[in-house]
Design a protein around this ligand. Sequence first.
Ligand SMILES: C/C=C/C(=O)SCCNC(=O)CCNC(=O)[C@H](O)C(C)(C)COP(=O)(O)OP(=O)(O)OC[C@H]1O[C@@H](n2cnc3c(N)ncnc32)[C@H](O)[C@@H]1OP(=O)(O)O
Ligand SMILES: NC(=O)C1=CN([C@@H]2O[C@H](COP(=O)(O)OP(=O)(O)OC[C@H]3O[C@@H](n4cnc5c(N)ncnc54)[C@H](OP(=O)(O)O)[C@@H]3O)[C@@H](O)[C@H]2O)C=CC1
Length: 458
Amino acid sequence: MNEILDAILASDTAPEEFAALRVPESYRAVTVRKDEAEMFAGLTTREKDPRKSLHVDEVPVPELGPGEALVAVMASSVNYNSVWTSIFEPLPTFGFLERYGKLSPLAKRHDLPYHIIGSDLAGVVLRTGPGVNSWKPGAEVVAHCLSVELESADGHNDTMLDPEQRIWGFETNFGGLAEIALVKSNQLMPKPTHLSWEEAAAPGLVNSTAYRQLVSRNGAGMKQGDNVLIWGASGGLGSYATQFALAGGANPVCVVSSPQKAEICRRMGAEAIIDRTAEDYKFWKDDGTQDPREWKRFGKKIRELTGGEDVDIVFEHPGRETFGASVYVTRKGGTIVTCASTSGYTHEYDNRYLWMSLKRILGSHFANYREAWEANRLIAKGKIHPTLSKTYRLEDTGQATYDVHHNLHQGKVGVLCLAPEEGMGVRDQAMREQHIDAINLFRDDLSERTDKRSRDVR
Ligand SMILES: C/C=C/C(=O)SCCNC(=O)CCNC(=O)[C@H](O)C(C)(C)COP(=O)(O)OP(=O)(O)OC[C@H]1O[C@@H](n2cnc3c(N)ncnc32)[C@H](O)[C@@H]1OP(=O)(O)O
Ligand SMILES: NC(=O)C1=CN([C@@H]2O[C@H](COP(=O)(O)OP(=O)(O)OC[C@H]3O[C@@H](n4cnc5c(N)ncnc54)[C@H](OP(=O)(O)O)[C@@H]3O)[C@@H](O)[C@H]2O)C=CC1
């Protein structure tokens, strides 16, 4: 592994030298273990502690198949699906691996008693399998997390509709929170040259998801001037949705839960911000009854901020707790676009407000190949920026995941895999300088941001 790291850090290693490097037999990876899937039985969701279920194990390098690549992972990031996996909710992920394993002998490799998690990476291609021509050893890449087989016509227009669609590192094995990852080569995209490894690894999953959900014609198809209500506007998904709204000429109405998060939204350029903690909305009177007066109070607040207008689009993901309010506050003919249900997946809303006002609810999930590519291109062009706030070592992924589980984080949380420290891997310093303030906007404090500007990055 040291030889691989030296070759990457040298930054002028030729592709043929990368191809000649010996791939080790094993590597360190963050795993959950099948025999621990019941370890949190009887505990509440909040009590389930990722620090107990996530391990850093030495695992064998998987056999490389046709159309695949082995990537040396410099950095990865924590996604909320890392939280779901680590608390074995809503299902232990081993069922996904077992089902995938039935597909073919190659897919059977994924069905193991341990699951290497992680759905983002930035790193360097080490080896490619038969049939891979576009990517060579030594290429600096990021990977999106769409794994598809594409043997069925169902997915030929929109690869998210493939019946064998899976999220890499969640529904497949050999994910990105590791020193080496196995991906299909179609997941690979060029690493943005102005970003460090951990910055480049941060946007992938959430940026692509927000792009489809909000911008793409497969999602809400946001247009200039739209009012867009964004829940968790400084969180993983929301921090990209807010940027897309601002960059696309829409008006984000950002919902957050603290003055610090409100300040981050302001720094991004948003003006309409609601602190849900300060406003103390109680959309539910008890576990089974919502309070429409609270929906109305929320709607009035939105109207105050928009000059009397209702929202064209609600960017939904909290789910059960907010969904009734989201349907209520959407304007006539508007769209509630949802990709998740963090607070509970059985939603309740008053359907009269949906049909009488001709609103629509739209389901959205990750992004197809093309959308993921377009979302990464926007990062590479400096139109949309990573929202990395903090970076952990691979050994501390449990703590990093705990932070996200308990909503202690801002934006995205990064993990250094092979990268020995933050700030490495920048290839276009001039472009970085142009965007440095935006890149560091989510960093914890100003002094850290100043450090990052002046550090001599490799
Ligand atoms: C990019 C990042 C994303 C995120 O972070 S998303 C958030 C994290 N993800 C989640 O929380 C989702 C986790 N996944 C799940 O909870 C489950 O994954 C699903 C609920 C989505 C699906 O569960 P399943 O048990 O796989 O569902 P079934 O499709 O109901 O399959 C069971 C059997 O039911 C059959 N079936 C499906 N639809 C029908 C139908 N309409 N009529 C009759 N049968 C049906 C199937 O074929 C299959 O059958 P057979 O067991 O024999 O294979
Ligand atoms: N289908 C898909 O493709 C994808 C789905 N997801 C899912 O989306 C969800 C969010 O992911 P992500 O943005 O990365 O997570 P984060 O935790 O980074 O951000 C979510 C934000 O939502 C807000 N929030 C959480 N709970 C509630 C609540 N009960 N009411 C109102 N706001 C709430 C919080 O912001 P604040 O406290 O400031 O209000 C929080 O910061 C997860 O369930 C994840 O699994 C994520 C990516 C892709």
